[in-house]
Design a binder for this molecule. Structure first.
Ligand code: SF4
Ligand code: SF4
Length: 263
């Protein structure tokens, strides 16, 4: 039986929320008060259609495509200006994930956003969605819409990160690179007593022991590297690791706890 560490833990999830609030606010401030253009996903599509290198494309290349190859979805756990607000809502531990169609909504969102931009560009001749007043208004309206929808969904599903799990179109890009991430959570199987505390506290409902008991790193592309699991594990079985693997296996918790009741 693995030895339990009963020392009082440092409140790492609380510190992460503060760090995220600071980092996310700075990034949002830069995006809003500089001339970087429309940072919504539609801004990226307009930016690509415009051709050449611009801030929007550069941001997505670094933060959403190349970055995840090294640091996984650390953006979602430590820097996202939507997540920083969602994490302050009352439901940090949702305890289970919704199945089926819920998992496909973000892909539909991504495709619809792309179709809208392509349609506006080629069919309506509208090419101003990336920059200038038009791009700025698009960015602002998108920001407000994501906050309103994300907060409403969090309350509806009793899950702070519901928007991130089901609706966020950026996850489509982030998940692609993060499966190969150098940085991932690893575990020592001999230390794990399958208590499932880490699963209960994982904001993304990842079944962490399903990986580490097989000697694998946590290869879920849902992991935001929030490190809550490392902090909470009573046997200190988990840690951050740097390595090479293809990840991509999804072990997530779909089973609602017995006491859970839908409203
Ligand atoms: S890794 Fe998870 S299941 Fe294993 S001992 Fe730690 S908290 Fe419990
Ligand atoms: S697996 Fe650990 S680091 Fe990844 S999202 Fe869950 S709690 Fe956070």
């Amino acid at each position: 039986m693995a030895a339990k560490n009963t020392e009082k833990r440092f409140d790492l999830p609380g510190l992460r929320r503060i760090v995220m609030l600071i980092v996310g606010s700075i990034l949002l401030g830069v995006a809003l008060f500089s001339d970087h253009g429309n940072m919504q996903i539609e801004g990226l599509f307009f930016g690509i259609l415009l051709g050449g290198v611009n801030w929007i494309v550069l941001h997505y290349l670094l933060a959403k495509i190349a970055g995840p190859l090294a640091f996984g979805r650390v953006w979602c756990g430590w820097a996202c200006w939507f997540g920083m607000i969602f994490d302050l809502l009352p439901y940090p531990y949702s305890r289970f994930r919704r199945k089926g169609a819920w998992d496909r909504v973000r892909y539909a969102h991504f495709i619809i956003s792309l179709a809208v931009v392509v349609g506006l560009w080629f069919a309506a001749g509208y090419q101003d969605g990336a920059h200038g007043t038009s791009g700025y208004v698009w960015f602002l309206v998108g920001l407000i819409a994501y906050y309103v929808i994300g907060i409403a969904l969090a309350f509806k599903l009793k899950d702070n990160r519901a928007f991130c799990k089901y609706l966020c179109p950026l996850a489509v890009l982030l998940k692609t690179g993060s499966r190969f991430s150098l940085l991932k959570i690893k575990g020592t199987a001999a230390k794990c007593d399958s208590c499932n505390v880490c699963v209960e506290r994982c904001p993304m409902n990842i079944r962490i022991p399903d990986y580490i008991l097989k000697g694998e790193r946590v290869g879920s592309t849902e992991c935001t590297l929030c490190v809550t699991c490392i902090n909470i594990c009573p046997t200190n079985a988990l840690s951050l690791s740097v390595g090479l693997d293809a990840g991509g296996k999804e072990h997530t918790d779909f089973v609602p706890p017995r006491f859970f009741k839908e409203d």
